[in-house]
Design a protein around this ligand. Structure first.
Ligand SMILES: [Zn+2]
Ligand SMILES: [Zn+2]
Ligand SMILES: [Zn+2]
Length: 240
């Protein structure tokens, strides 16, 4: 079958023998496609109106691009169908851009997720206390083991923040991060009066004095963080 399958596909298409055509397509799709013949099969599938087969060929070309572009079939296509070659190349570039975009989105999502977890841990530390830090009216040593993944890192950051000599906005990198987390918290917090996170209310009051541009920047960030978790308002920031 292998030696004749391409011819049979063309003939069955020209003489309109649909069951034979389907049989040829299935055979090509499942077992006869190789790096060397994929370009020929791709071109014939386009001519014979076999969309599924052409899609499978196209995918194979994209995922084995280097090898396929060195095949005899590719060279022949370049000669006889330069427009098709150009289209395949363009689809290759598009595919790479899509891949980059997907990676960028995954990384972005990771960052928003980490920020959300930091926000949860911040409220948890200030409200319940954990390990070595927490509200003085609570016995928080018993709160172990802790279920917040970001808690340990945040604990270190808070301890640094409390002891650092450069504690000004824009000072040391750790402190700067702590300021940003505190401000972000206040942007998300829906209960500043009952909230135990330091400066929550102060930041809320400061919002009115900020420029429109900065305001929009924060709003976008908050929206993205909350959307990452698929929620409108973070449950841990609502009144308890
Ligand atoms: Zn904890
Ligand atoms: Zn510092
Ligand atoms: Zn708050």
């Amino acid at each position: 079958m292998e030696a004749y399958v391409l011819h049979l596909l063309v003939l069955s298409h020209v003489f309109m023998v649909p069951h034979l055509k389907r049989e040829c397509e299935q055979n090509l799709e499942s077992s006869f496609l190789t790096i060397d013949n994929v370009i020929d099969v791709f071109q014939i599938s386009l001519l014979c109106d076999a969309p599924r087969l052409s899609l499978i060929c196209h995918r194979m070309i994209l995922s084995n691009f280097k090898a396929v572009s060195e095949s005899e079939g590719w060279k022949a296509m370049k000669e006889s169908h330069p427009v098709l070659e150009k289209e395949v190349l363009e689809s290759m570039i598009e595919e790479e851009n899509n891949k980059k975009e997907r990676t960028r989105k995954i990384n972005e999502r990771k960052i928003y997720m980490q920020l959300y977890e930091a926000m949860e841990a911040l409220v948890h530390i200030c409200r319940d206390g954990c390990r070595t830090i927490g509200p003085c009216d609570k016995d928080f040593k018993a709160n172990q083991p802790c279920k917040y993944a970001a808690c340990k890192g945040l604990e270190l950051l808070v301890r640094h923040f409390a002891a650092c000599k450069l504690r000004v906005p824009g000072g040391c990198g750790h402190c700067k991060r702590m300021w940003q987390l505190l401000e972000l918290h206040s942007r998300i917090c829906s209960d500043p009066d009952g909230c135990r996170v330091p400066l929550c209310r102060n930041f809320k009051q400061r919002i009115s004095k900020q420029s429109k541009k900065e305001e929009i920047r924060w709003k976008i960030l908050v929206k993205k963080i909350l959307r990452t978790r698929g929620i409108g308002i973070a449950p841990c920031f609502q009144q308890q």
